[in-house]
Design a protein around this ligand. Sequence first.
Ligand code: NG1
Ligand code: MG
Length: 519
Amino acid sequence: MSNSTDFIPILPLSSISQIYPPPNIDAQNDRYRTLIETFRSFYPNRSPKFISRAPGRVNIIGEHIDYAGFGVLPMAISRDVLVAVDVFEDDKDGRVLIANVNQEKYKSHNWKFEGKDKIVEIVVEEGVCNWSNYFKCGYKGILQHLDTDNPKGMCCLVDGVVPSGAGLSSSSAFVCSVALATSRANNENLTKKQITEISIESERLCGMNTGGMDQTASIFSQNEHALYIQFLPTLTAMPIKLPSINPPIAFVIANSLVTADKVVTAPIHYNLRVVETKLAAYDLGITLFGKECVNLRQVCDLHSQTNEVKASNLEYLSEFLEKHHPESNKRDGYSLDELTKLLNLSESEIQAMFLTKFPVRAEKFHLYKRSKHVFDEALRVLRFYEVCLANEKNGFCDQGAFEGLRENGIHDQMTFESLGRLMNQSHKSCKELFDCSCEELDKLVEICLDGGAVGSRLTGAGWGGCTVSLIREDQVESFIQHVIANYYKPLFPHLTKKQLDDAIFATRPGCGAAIIVCP
Ligand code: NG1
Ligand code: MG
């Protein structure tokens, strides 16, 4: 397990091969060199002292349960956000200059430190979350933590290659990379855990009431390992090997190319889901234990009387929901008026407790469907983790602890299928209970399964963005060709080769955040 005192690795530029898996390294060397050269032409007479990097992630399983307090299982991808930084050593104003290598899309900005109480203003008008806001989130989070009166000024050049709006967490990769850059510029060596917690908290300044999966994955991931993240009773990140079976496991990410602008739709999608799970937790807490619970995890802990999540408790709670909610409310949800009766709270109490922190718009609140998804999905994460753990420990999943099975490949087949089944169930639940899929994602998942995926599901918040599919490694090429022929060619006939390579690609569990010191 990662230690809470672990620090972010600091590497010389000559060692970036430790970060990027082999076939990529030449391209990465070129990318870093170009970034440094561009920096020098952007900021004459200056050169970056260091580059911070933080990767995006793909969530293998455990969707929309991080903010309910349950464990999730993502892995970092090699696509990341780089922030090249030079520090103004004697600048009294704490000036910050930010620019992006993609200047057409992301305009340069600058500001001055506005004092300890304000630091910098972040204005997120409904519908608009400028890229500079994400920068300000990471920056502000660190300065608040440092509680300083005279932060270092800095000039920065950003190069991000995590596709945005794709559920691969470009936003968190950016916030984490900036948080790291800001702490390094101010000579602070914060632990991984501190950087993660600061990034989680500060990304919420952009208007989404997010969980902590993405930032944790970005900071703690290790090469060739998925990450089993638990948020309670305290944040822990456990690197776990995916089963090494024959033929090896591969994951392919395929972008539906439906962009999900989650900040814009947050009041009717993401933030509403957070509220629905919180309303469900409040209801269950009072009903079962006479206690006000803040999330579904707390309900589970009260039921198990421990702070460990066990399958039997999740199964009990999932089953309890069946008889607890009337059929009509299971199907149609609860109106605000119906909620007042269910929760025994007035409308204004419900408003104050659940609907003011982040804007939310809804006619109906689906307590049954959302909480059912959360308990079942939390159980699937446990199952997935158990299969990986059993394989890591003794090379066998529990059903296959039998030499003969391994010799004739039955064990490997079973492992594959049990992981795939969990991913498929996860997608079905996201689609039918959590309502966070969309037509294109469902179609893409279907095509992926037809093309040989053993499991396929939406990844990230949904409502667009990417799918992740579990494939036998020897089938990756034919799989990709199948998806191109059946999804991309008919729906997006004009994509270039480069756009296709960006839309669908195999990925390996990548390395977490790092600081690269420039010569
Ligand atoms: P994406 O879709 O990558 O933005 C979001 C949340 C996660 C998690 C997932 C759903 C942010 C920063 N991240 O991810 O915390 O709740 O949705 O599982 O908003
Ligand atoms: Mg995001």
